[in-house]
Design a protein around this ligand. Sequence first.
Ligand SMILES: [Zn+2]
Length: 76
Amino acid sequence: MNCYLCGMEAKESGEGQGEQLVDCSDCGTYRISSLVLKELETKKFEFSKMRDDLHRQRQFNATSVAEINTETAIWS
Ligand SMILES: [Zn+2]
């Protein structure tokens, strides 16, 4: 698969209920909700802000996986 953020080759490291876990060597590991995946069909991420936010989430809580859901998604 390709990373939803940078479009580079990434690993899908699991699928949970209503979400996908993506492991990108560039963007790191993040969870993306199926609702956001659906919105991605018609919208695009504000890539750099989204990456900053994932970074911020990791700093805020190092034990949990950074999350892209309808609340954290930043659209361009
Ligand atoms: Zn990536």
